[in-house]
Design a protein around this ligand. Structure first.
Ligand SMILES: Cc1ncc(C[n+]2csc(CCOP(=O)(O)OP(=O)(O)O)c2C)c(N)n1
Length: 465
């Protein structure tokens, strides 16, 4: 009994202190000690309103007429670089028109344009270093810009279009009803796949393209973690749309990047639509940037139609990601003027007036053109000349690509698994048998023979029906 009384006497003051100090201003020394929070106690029951973090401002450097708004924010890019940005954006636009038309003519099977998003692609790509790793979604496919090796491709069951432009030159390889490019004979040392695993590699700066939603985030974070461990002074940039940001992998990627302190820039192109789903149905918070602080990411929202702002933001994000080993989230606000892809008809879910507004009033190319004209760095004649020569460049590249043989059919089975699983080995065997038997019914002379080195594992016989 005496022992119990002593214990009670010992505990009483402690309990008293805790109760008295619980959340009151009188006892500020009492802080929550929970391992998962760094905050104060609250004494009023209050839910956090979702609009507490809302209205994150949109950083811009130029207005819609191409005026620099604040001299201190002017990136002061040299004339050559600004012209390169402009030429790349317009080249991309030309390439989109030609490839979109060629899909309509049945010369390639599928294409995705970048209309209206030229500023986000080109501004961000220009801000990267040559050796950075780029994880594109798919709409970055045909983008490129000076300094950044930029290649992206995709393959579908029936075909692919593959483009690359670099240093003002444009290469465009497409092969209807095919998809891959053999490493030995084509400019690209590796092929890439559509879903879900990325595997495209450019000479110095690998780019992984994926479709889309959003298995790339985790691979990108893994790559960034590896870079950090190797102390490689490189960054990873991972592109995705606001639609892809709804996928679980995006969230897991944000969290891993923050907790593992990875040098990665998450670049969200918020173009208003995920196929037919408008942003109003995609999320209820303040876009994608508002999610960043929740994961502990340095975050910013930028006007994606202002190529200078995109460049500046990406450059600084990249610098901080590498210097501080910390992930950064950029949300670039823009508008998808084109249909989602050649399989889509956006007139079914949005008005022509809406599209017209962005095309006429807030276009990244016209904004930069206004700037250039005002500076006296560009004129109508140069514009006409460049339009013609860039068109010729794309057309020449396109027809050169069309003359290339289509990749060997068995390449369908490569580049995902190091060792081909049984069911795919069976399918590969079935394809081989089918072509041996019925090959004369296919235009096999249009295809390359051979393929990759043999894949590990015995070739099982196809499953009998
Ligand atoms: C996991 C998964 N779900 C759905 C799709 C079908 N899909 C292809 S593109 C796309 C929309 C993606 O929109 P967004 O990420 O906003 O990029 P945007 O096309 O606007 O550039 C969808 C739903 C997919 N490819 N993968």
């Amino acid at each position: 009994m005496a022992a119990m009384a002593a214990l009670r006497a010992l505990r009483a003051p402690l309990l008293k202190t805790r109760l008295r100090g619980f959340g009151t201003a009188e006892f500020p020394e009492e802080k929550p000690q929970f391992p998962g929070a760094s905050a104060e106690f609250a004494e009023r029951l209050e839910f956090i309103q979702p609009n507490v973090i809302s209205g994150i401002p949109v950083y811009r450097v130029m207005d819609r007429q191409g005026h620099i708004l604040r001299q201190s924010e002017d990136p002061q890019l040299p004339k050559e670089l600004v012209l390169k940005l402009y030429k790349t954006m317009t080249l991309l636009n030309t390439m989109d028109r030609i490839l979109y038309e060629s899909q309509r003519q049945g010369r390639i099977s599928f294409y995705m344009t970048n209309y209206g998003e030229e500023g986000t692609h080109v501004g961000s790509a220009a801000a990267l270093d040559d050796t950075d790793l780029v994880f594109g979604q798919y709409r970055e496919a045909s983008s490129c810009t000076g300094g950044t090796r930029w290649i992206c491709s995709w393959r579908s069951a029936t075909g692919t279009a593959r483009t690359r432009a670099k240093g003002g030159r444009c290469r465009c390889t497409t092969a209807a009803a095919s998809g891959t490019l053999s490493p030995s004979r084509r400019p690209w040392p590796r092929r890439s796949l559509k879903v879900p695993l990325p595997s495209s590699r450019c000479r110095r700066s690998p780019l992984f393209a994926r479709d889309p939603d959003h298995p790339g985030a985790l691979s990108a974070v893994g790559a960034a973690y590896a870079i950090k461990r190797a102390d490689a002074n490189r960054a990873v940039i991972c592109y995705f749309g606001e639609g892809a940001a709804s996928e679980g992998d995006a969230h897991a990627g944000f969290n891993f990047a923050a907790t593992l302190e990875c040098p990665i820039v998450f670049f969200c192109r918020n173009n208003g639509y995920a196929i037919s789903t408008p942003t109003s149905e995609q999320y209820r918070g303040d876009g994608i940037a508002a999610r960043g602080p929740g994961y502990g990411l340095l975050s910013i929202r930028v006007d994606g139609n202002d190529v200078f702002a995109v460049y500046k933001v990406t450059r600084e994000a990249r610098r901080r990601a590498v210097a501080e080993n910390r992930p950064v989230l950029i949300e670039a606000m823009t508008y998808r003027i084109g249909h989602h892809s050649t399989s889509d008809d956006s007139s079914a879910y949005r008005s022509v007036d809406e599209v017209h507004y962005w095309d006429q009033q807030d276009h990244p190319i016209s904004r930069l053109r206004h700037f250039l004209l005002r500076r006296g760095w560009w004129d109508e004649e140069q514009e006409k000349g460049w339009r013609e020569s860039s068109r010729r460049m794309v057309l020449e590249s396109f027809s050169a690509a069309e003359r290339l043989p289509k990749p060997a059919p068995q390449l369908l089975f490569t580049d995902v698994y190091r060792e081909l699983p049984l069911h795919l080995r069976r399918q590969r065997g079935a394809l081989q048998q089918h072509l041996r038997r019925y090959g004369q019914h296919y235009p096999m002379e249009l295809f390359e023979t051979g393929g990759d080195p043999p894949i590990a594992g015995p070739e099982p016989s196809p499953v009998q029906p």
